[in-house]
Every structure is written in structure tokens, then in C-alpha cells.
Design a protein around this ligand. Structure first.
Ligand SMILES: [Zn+2]
Length: 96
């Protein structure tokens, strides 16, 4: 269950780990992709959580119940203390 307090340690998406700074870049937001048109525009300041919440709402994804979607479709939250690894984009530690 996702608690709404505190930033996640990172995310798992498509079998890769991502830190909060890079999950948005990992989303399929290009032409014809699942979340076409939902890339964060240059100059927009938005947290990973705000971005993911907006996309989830738009696509009917229930982030509060991660059992209802697969991490190949939409990122799942990794909490501090959960499985660890490195961000697929920058190599920063995620989790642990
Ligand atoms: Zn990163």
C-alpha cells in the first residue's frame, strides 16, 4: 500500500529501477506510445509523484492498489528499506 507521506526511494518500471529524478524520462510518452503526449514539458517543475498521479488519473490507474496493474504498464513505488539497486538512467542507489 502506498503511503502518501514522504517521497518514494524510487520506482520499478519495465524490469528497471529508477530514482525519482529519472522515472518521468523512462515513461513511454513518445508518439504512439502508451502515454503519448504526457512527457513533462521543459521548464515545468513537477515532482515524480505529481507527474505519476496525473498520468494515473488520466488513464484510470489505481496507484493506491498496485496489485491492479503491472510494473510493465506503470511504475510501482519502491520504499526506503525495500529491494535495492541502481537507477537505470543515472546509477544512483535506489531503495535499501
Ligand atoms: Zn536516476
Amino acid at each position: 500500500m502506498r503511503d502518501s507521506h514522504g517521497e518514494p526511494a524510487g520506482y520499478i518500471f519495465n524490469a528497471e529501477l529508477y530514482c525519482p529524478a529519472h522515472i518521468a524520462d523512462a515513461l513511454p510518452t513518445g508518439d504512439g506510445d502508451a502515454y503519448d503526449g504526457w512527457a513533462v514539458a521543459a521548464g515545468i517543475e513537477i515532482t515524480a509523484e505529481e507527474n505519476l498521479d496525473e498520468i494515473a488519473i488520466a488513464f484510470g490507474i489505481d496507484r493506491d492498489d498496485e496489485a491492479t496493474f503491472d510494473s510493465s504498464e506503470f511504475p510501482k513505488v519502491i520504499r526506503h528499506g525495500q529491494l535495492g539497486g541502481e537507477c537505470g538512467a543515472c546509477g544512483a542507489p535506489v531503495g535499501e
